[in-house]
Design a protein. Structure first.
Length: 353
């Protein structure tokens, strides 16, 4: 299998007066796993359909290894596709489902069954070829759908919300399996999801899209620690985002009369746009302290959620500020007076544009 380098160049797609995808440029290196993340209506599925060839953009180009494939129909692109609902044929066996795409390409029966067997082995379902689709669990069906997409030896694999139908426990284990499988076969992959945890667990890089516009592309660590805008900071991870004021090279935040200064981490380009500046306080960058702790903001515990070795507290403060704090302390209860401090600097800084 030969992985291809995929590029979108200035892709725009309109439906009447609505611009679903607005001048999106994006590159996926050969063998890279890239997640396109956004809320419902953000344009991520339309972008995927343009890559697959089911939609033609009004402007822009789709490039594969430097060749313009914008006008090429889906069947000529040779891309593998895993649909949200898998689209498996219930009346066919597992191996016949996997071999279906090869049959449509005129591959002889013996050869396509051999390749179906190899594809099943690659996704950890060796020996399941004769089973019926209805006998499989949700996770097994997801693997069959992946094997069917991989059996045609695509240069690029496209996945549309590939884990959305799995229960939470199975979803967590399947994330790791899916990432390992995709890296093992070495295929370039673009998958769309609204679930940032899926994206964080699987992708090498993540592209955040909102209202058709691409907001930021980077590794999970870059998006979490250096969000490029208020929109990215609000969407990626959990955070309390509050307006702050410059204090020389630092920033300052005052709550209930308590002023705290701290160092900040700016986006990679060092430009923070907008008339107002905001600090992004992540739950794992805050600490829960005793009431009245020096230099910490006072508040009252509104809710407490057990999370294994830690607890997650939501602390209500003056001005209707609600901070979420992860802490190893288990002796604090709802209604307790506490203080919240910053345990990790620098703190991400974003503008309101």
């Amino acid at each position: 299998m030969s992985a291809g380098a995929l590029a979108l160049q200035g892709i725009t797609r309109r439906f009447g007066d609505h611009t679903a995808v607005d001048d999106v440029s994006l590159e996926i290196a050969a063998g890279e796993l890239l997640a396109l993340v956004g809320a419902s209506g953000s344009g991520k599925t339309t972008t995927l359909r343009i890559v697959a060839g089911y939609e033609i953009p009004d402007n822009g180009r789709v490039m594969l290894d430097g060749e313009d494939i914008t006008a090429l129909p889906p069947q000529k692109r040779g891309f593998g596709m895993v649909f949200q609902h898998y689209a498996l044929f219930p009346h066919m066996s597992v191996e016949d489902n996997i071999a279906f795409g090869l049959e449509a390409r005129g591959t002889p029966k013996a050869k396509r069954l051999e390749r179906a067997k190899n594809a099943l082995d690659s996704v950890g379902l060796g020996g399941a070829g004769k089973r019926g689709i209805q006998s499989l669990s949700g996770g097994e069906q997801q693997r069959v759908a992946l094997a069917r997409a991989l059996v045609i030896e695509p240069q690029v694999l496209l996945l549309d919300e590939p884990l959305s139908n799995l229960d939470p426990t199975l979803r967590q284990t399947t994330r790791d399996e899916l990432r390992a499988m995709l890296h093992r076969v070495g295929v370039s992959a673009l998958f769309v999801t609204h679930d940032q945890e899926d994206a964080f667990a699987i992708a090498d890089r993540i592209a955040v899209i909102r209202k058709g516009k691409l907001l930021q592309v980077g590794t999970p660590e870059e998006l979490y620690n250096r969000p490029a805008s208020l929109g990215v900071a609000s969407f990626i991870g959990r955070a309390t985002i509050l307006p702050a004021e410059p204090a020389g090279e630092r920033m300052a935040l005052t709550i209930d009369g308590v002023r705290r200064e701290f160092t900040v981490l700016r986006p990679e380009d060092q430009k923070v746009a907008g008339p107002r500046l905001y600090v992004v306080l992540r739950p794992d960058g805050l600490e829960l302290l005793l009431a009245g702790a020096d230099g910490a903001w006072p508040g009252e515990v509104a809710t407490r959620r057990f999370a294994g070795s830690n607890a997650v507290y939501r602390v209500k403060m003056a001005g209707d500020v609600m901070m979420e704090v992860e802490s190893s302390r288990m002796d604090v209860r709802e209604g307790d007076r506490v203080s919240v401090g910053i345990s990790r600097e620098p703190v991400p800084l974003v503008g309101d544009v």
